[in-house]
Ligand binder design. Sequence first.
Ligand code: C2E
Ligand code: MG
Ligand code: MG
Length: 555
Amino acid sequence: MDNMNLKNIPFEGVENDKRYVFINDLDSDVSRWSKAAVDYFDLPGEYIENIGDLWLRRIHPEDRQKYEEDLRAVFDGKKQRHQVDYRVRNKHGEYVTVTCSGVVIMGANESGKVFAGIIEDHENSDVIDSVTGLYNIYAFMQNAEKYRKRRKEALLLIFGINYFSDINKNYGFEFGNHFLKLFADELRQFACEGVQLYRMDGIKFCLVMEGQQSFAPEVMYEMITKIAYRGYDIDGVHVSFSVSGGVVKVEKGSDIGSSAVQASLSYVWEKSKENHLGELVYFDNEKFGSTQKNLEIVAEIRNCVLQNMKGFYLCYQPIVESATGNVCGMEALLRWKHPEYGMVSPAIFIPWLESDPCFYQLGEWVLRQAMTDTKKILVNNPDFRVNVNVSSQQISRSGFRDTVCNLLEELQFPAENLCMELTERVLSLNVNFLRQELEFFKSLGIMIALDDFGTGISSLNLLLELSVDELKIDRNFIKDIISNTNQQTIVETIAFCAKKMNLSICAEGVETTEIKNYLEHYEIPEQQGYLYAKPIVYEEFLEYLDRGTDALSGQ
Ligand code: C2E
Ligand code: MG
Ligand code: MG
């Protein structure tokens, strides 16, 4: 082998610890690799004959095609410079992302053609998931920005393994990793031209499809569910599992940022997992109006939570005693205002954020703010109560007990003056777990109310399973009560049951004096609604309290 040409080319000075050099004599197909490259990529030697196949096998299967295409374009003279990012295995067997650039250099008289290149290692364990070798969520976010610039139509299929923590718990972490690797290896079959596969946060994966694809997302999802159902045999243990998934469509020409796309992916995934037993859920562009705008708002809200609750504040709505009209408490309701988007109703952002980890912080902020404000009212009204809406995201965290205890202690707030309102959405939690948590809070003296009672199919079930102190009848049963006999029957039945069970009740959405008077037919000790006051900021609420029930007029 005549290596003279290659030997004479100096490598020194070009290379550093993240940059490797190689040169390939195209006539003899012998390549020379720098010593650092030989070590880092565990190559058979400094001089290698026919490196092509060996190198291709080291490249991640999903990246081989783009690597080969780019190289071919250079050798066919269609492109001046080879430049492509791909994942390649290093000496530890890990995939690292590199940028490989190279040019063909002609010898003096058409002979001695060489291909010289540099491989830059991005040490990108930060864009590669070390367990599966797939691109991770950071790569997803970077690429989402690229997709955004191309403004092409894209379909995103997100799916995740249900109850994966049970696998880790029962068989250990190593086993769990092995399992994930097997699953990821099988998922690679879906990645091809125009389809990228990512491992997202936790145990979720995402397939991004650009342009026309041979499989529709629902077909892919069905194949994935079958893989899950069939399962894997690992170390003599058979594990089958289930998945939940959803689809988000990015319209052609749309300009959606990566965090907005991520928010909608989380949303469909959570919906599939919690409400649809793993059935594929489609992001409903209609329901959310202009997808782009709402997604951007949600992303911005999330940013604001991280920026110390920027733009968030609380309003309070009075709760009055039906018999006397006296204000006996208030409900804290979250508001968000933004210089560009204006006021955004919690009815829009709460369903989105409730399952987002950032909501925990926000929920804690709401509790602190509501308790701090109420503390001042307690000086003259020691029985006054504040109702705070609490989400399943909060209850489900093991730290929530401590958070609440610490707040009570730090603010010296009497637990009896706090009521937690829960909606049926907490049912996504295990009922035994929920019962224990509620018992704990009740043992401190905190009251528990079931919000929006009667709207969901499981309200009665919750009532049977959990011991609560109060029911809040949803305003849908109140608004037409004067004329609607069905509503009358339901309210009458709820009032009857509550009395039997020794529970308090509050009617929500009392908008007119006629409704208020009509409700005297039933034993409903408390009322809340626009008749008394809309949710108002704290200072206005204090004025309202001072004015007493005379304040009814003018609201
Ligand atoms: P919710 O807890 O059932 O709160 C009552 C909602 O009914 C409030 O809407 C209130 O403004 C509205 N409302 C009260 N009286 C009337 C009335 O007479 N007529 C009509 N049409 N509406 C009335 P809002 O403030 O838009 O809140 C919507 C939901 O967002 C709340 O329903 C609650 O589930 C959730 N939410 C608000 N703040 C928080 C919070 O801090 N944490 C959590 N987890 N959820 C919250
Ligand atoms: Mg409420
Ligand atoms: Mg309610």
